[in-house]
Design a protein around this ligand. Structure first.
Ligand SMILES: Cc1cc2nc3c(=O)[nH]c(=O)nc-3n(C[C@H](O)[C@H](O)[C@H](O)COP(=O)(O)OP(=O)(O)OC[C@H]3O[C@@H](n4cnc5c(N)ncnc54)[C@H](O)[C@@H]3O)c2cc1C
Length: 199
């Protein structure tokens, strides 16, 4: 068994000591929202700055920092970075977990199992579920979590919706093609108000 966990920023050979740029307690380079460091002309993104250590986060930050250096406006919404565990089935999530959201206020939760989703049943691949976490008052979606063989692909719809401030009602009233795995997200959103139709 190989256990390979725990990563840290690789800043050793960058010569930061010659620039006067320090590291925080986690060995990371602090940046502002434009990815500018405290030293003018030095910018940083990716695993060496605070946040999730993920390739897509680093790629989006790379685009944003290039735009900022060019005098344009480059933004990354760090509240909406999806994470995927590439197991079988996959585990994907974006935004707050149910536990995190509960510490911040009243929430509503809708859950829908792939055991009640038609293509999952047809493919005999019914492990998993979709969970939608929404603000109890505004209905704004705070997090979506999916376990499914297609979770990593499906989470993109949730991330896109959350980027645009989607509510669970918005997802529930969006027509999803049948039979598709993505219907499970619609039904989980419907379950937020107790109204899934296949369960
Ligand atoms: C085994 C493994 C699996 C992973 N799987 C995934 C995954 O499935 N999905 C995902 O989203 N993320 C995954 N990650 C994380 C992902 O690879 C990183 O988050 C991402 O590569 C960070 O991008 P970056 O540009 O910050 O750093 P990097 O991609 O590490 O790029 C930094 C570059 O700088 C170079 N460099 C470092 N020091 C110096 C120096 N002194 N001078 C010149 N060059 C230097 C390095 O050689 C490297 O090419 C994985 C990481 C590991 C280790």
């Amino acid at each position: 068994m190989l256990v390979a966990i725990g990563r840290r920023p690789n800043t050793g050979g960058l010569g930061l000591d010659k620039t006067g740029l320090g590291l925080n307690k986690k060995g990371q380079i602090e940046v502002d929202h434009r990815f500018a460091t405290a030293v003018p002309g030095i910018w940083a993104i990716g695993d060496v700055v605070p946040g999730l250590m993920l390739a897509h986060k680093a790629m989006d930050e790379g685009i944003a920092v290039a735009e900022n250096i060019a005098g344009q406006i480059g933004i990354v919404n760090h509240a909406v970075i999806p994470s995927v565990v590439y197991t079988h089935p996959e585990i994907a999530g974006v935004g707050l977990t149910e536990e995190e959201a509960r510490t911040r206020g009243e929430i509503k939760v809708g859950k829908f199992p792939f055991a009640a989703n038609s293509p999952a049943k047809t493919n005999r691949d019914t492990d998993g579920f979709v969970k939608v976490v929404a603000d109890a008052e505004t209905d704004r979606v705070l997090g979506v979590h999916i376990i499914s063989t297609l979770a990593g692909t499906m989470i993109a719809q949730a991330a896109q919706g959350m980027e645009f401030g989607v509510t669970s009602e918005d997802i529930a009233y969006t027509c999803h093609a049948h039979p598709t795995h993505s219907e499970a997200l619609k039904e989980a959103a419907m379950a937020v108000t107790g109204k899934p139709i296949h369960m």
